[in-house]
Design a protein around this ligand. Structure first.
Ligand code: ATP
Ligand code: MG
Length: 524
């Protein structure tokens, strides 16, 4: 064991080894956190990040999305992904940072529903591409038909988390505006569940106003999913944070940065739903003069303010920051994708978790044609209209589905599992900040408010399903009884004909009507 002096030298030696870690280096080592833990998933994640961005950009610019996804196979485990959109394009000076710097984006600091939120999606894909193939990513973008299209080849300097521009040039491009992203990565292409094919199809389902053309690798038949709705949904608005969502540390920070001169103005301007009167009420509860300067407040004062906020009744946050899919749209999309006997959808009214508005929508299609007997229902999860294909077991939306007692709705269900039925269940969470369990954005954290809302929505469609199934059961029972009587009606008709000498056809018709009438009434 070293003596006390020895320990000092160990600490000094350790001090020499301390180093800052750049965010790029961190994610290079922890690529699974971004969704690149195996080659199959990696290919899907890269496509998903590019398509999500294209849809976000088009919607933000009020453009009906037209997106092309191409996957080219270069070698056994190597693919080139090309995603092109008709969005607003990206200004030249921003291209390198967007694609060559992790944690750089336009969505993180605002409160408005969008697919992306972290500023790491597309740069993460560029990083994975360069790590596994050594190649730069290629971006072409144009913001106006009267301006040139620019083409960039970009790497990420992982030590500095800064872009390296390998090549920059003006190119001829047939699009008047839009962006094309080309990334070569190591991956594996598989079809079926959780594949890119499934992701693209589900994207069309949750974005019925988008046209998506998809070219799978190796000359497999391409797929064009045309929009079924010719109008964009009402665009969501950016809102300020709601006071109930702010944490003490955040509040201290906001107080030190604010440009407002009085606490009362700080509360009114920095948060949503705080009127002058409410702000005065909060100040009084906290024991401050409303005109106190926010910068003069100590940490203890901030805590008093925090407690006062949480003891004051404040209106729920505005909800125009959300853009749900809509009940009719969910049903149309379900009909487009699944041939079933019964459809239902429900959009709940928005609710709040940690001050963040969110809205749950669900849809079901029952009696899917050719559904394998005894198979569990297919659960399709969406967050801000993005299909979630991985980590189903870890997701709060799954917990809500398995937590509903489906037997109440005449559907078989093993304990704590998905119901067993020819059933497709869609669950969509729309929120200004979706609480994902990791940067890979595949599973929703278990907030009780989210689980409760999802269950309530499912129970509503479940009740409708039960009415349908009950009617179906009754009809089936009647049909069975009728067929038993009809089995004997031939013989009875013959005997009656012999006895009455009437027309056999006429007797058969009368018997048929009688059976129909009495089986319906339940008298025979
Ligand atoms: N196709 C595109 N057209 C226009 N702007 C884009 C496009 N792709 C990306 N951007 C811009 O680049 C930013 C960074 O994209 P990135 O995917 O890295 O992060 P994000 O979408 O903000 O969040 P997330 O990490 O959750 O995906 C976006 O916020 C957006 O402003
Ligand atoms: Mg993104």
């Amino acid at each position: 064991m070293p003596n006390n002096q020895g320990i000092g030298s160990i600490a000094r030696a350790m001090a020499l080894k301390q180093k800052e870690i750049s965010v790029s280096e961190f994610f290079q080592k922890n690529r699974h956190l971004l969704g690149y833990d195996n080659p199959t998933r990696a290919l899907l994640t890269a496509v998903k990040e590019a398509v999500d961005n294209s849809l976000d950009a088009c919607e933000e610019a009020g453009i009906l999305p037209e997106i092309t996804v191409k996957i080219l196979q270069k070698a056994e485990n190597r693919f080139r992904i090309i995603v092109e959109d008709n969005g607003p394009g990206i200004v030249k000076s921003q291209i390198p940072k967007i694609f060559g710097k992790l944690l750089y984006g336009s969505k993180f600091h605002r409160l408005k529903m969008s697919r992306g939120q972290q500023g790491i999606g597309i740069s993460g894909a560029v990083l994975y591409g360069q790590l596994t193939t050594g190649n730069p990513s290629i971006i072409i973008s144009r913001i106006d038909p009267n301006r040139s299209a620019y083409r960039y080849e970009i790497f990420i300097d992982t030590k500095a988390n800064e872009p390296i521009i390998q090549r920059e040039q003006i190119v001829k491009w047939d699009k008047p505006h839009g962006t094309q992203v080309e990334i070569e990565i190591e991956g594996r292409y598989l079809r079926g569940d959780r594949s890119i094919d499934e992701y693209v199809q589900l994207c069309a389902l949750s974005n019925p106003y988008a046209t998506i053309e998809y070219f799978p690798p190796n000359g497999t038949q391409s797929l064009k999913m045309k929009r079924i709705i010719k109008q964009l949904p009402t665009p969501p608005k950016t809102i300020k944070p709601h006071p109930y969502g702010v944490e003490l540390g955040n509040l201290i920070e906001l107080l030190s940065y604010t440009k407002t001169k009085r606490v009362v103005d700080f509360l009114r301007r920095e948060f949503s739903r705080v009127s002058e009167q409410k702000a005065i009420e909060i100040c009084q509860k906290a024991g401050f003069e409303p005109k106190t300067s926010p910068r003069k407040l100590t940490r203890e004062d901030a805590e008093k303010l925090y407690n006062a906020i949480n003891q004051t009744k404040i209106m729920a946050p505005p909800l125009n920051c959300l853009s749900p899919i809509g009940e009719e749209e969910i049903i149309s999309s379900l009909k487009q994708n699944f041939e079933a006997q019964f459809y239902s959808a429900r959009s709940r009214k928005p609710e709040v978790y940690r001050g963040n508005p969110f809205q749950i929508e669900v849809g079901i299609a029952y009696g899917i044609r050719d559904y394998p007997q005894g198979e569990s229902a297919k659960l399709i999860r969406f967050a801000n209209k993005v299909p979630l294909l991985y980590q189903q077991g870890a997701c709060a939306l799954t917990k809500a589905v398995t937590g509903v007692d489906w037997k109440n709705y005449l559907v078989n269900q093993p304990k704590n599992a998905l119901p067993e039925a020819p059933l497709v269940i869609i669950v969509h969470i729309a929120s200004v900040w979706v609480p994902f369990t990791s940067e890979a954005k595949e599973a929703i954290a278990h907030y009780p408010e989210i689980i409760k809302e999802t269950k309530l929505a499912l129970q509503e469609v479940g009740r409708e399903l039960a009415i349908f199934l009950r009617k179906k059961q009754i009809a089936e029972y009647e049909r069975k009884r009728r067929s038993i009587f009809e089995l004997y009606s031939e013989e009875v008709a013959k005997s009656l004909q012999k006895l009455s000498h009437k027309d056999e056809k006429e007797i058969k018709r009368m018997l048929h009507d009688l059976i129909k009438k009495f089986t319906k009434k339940g008298e025979i």
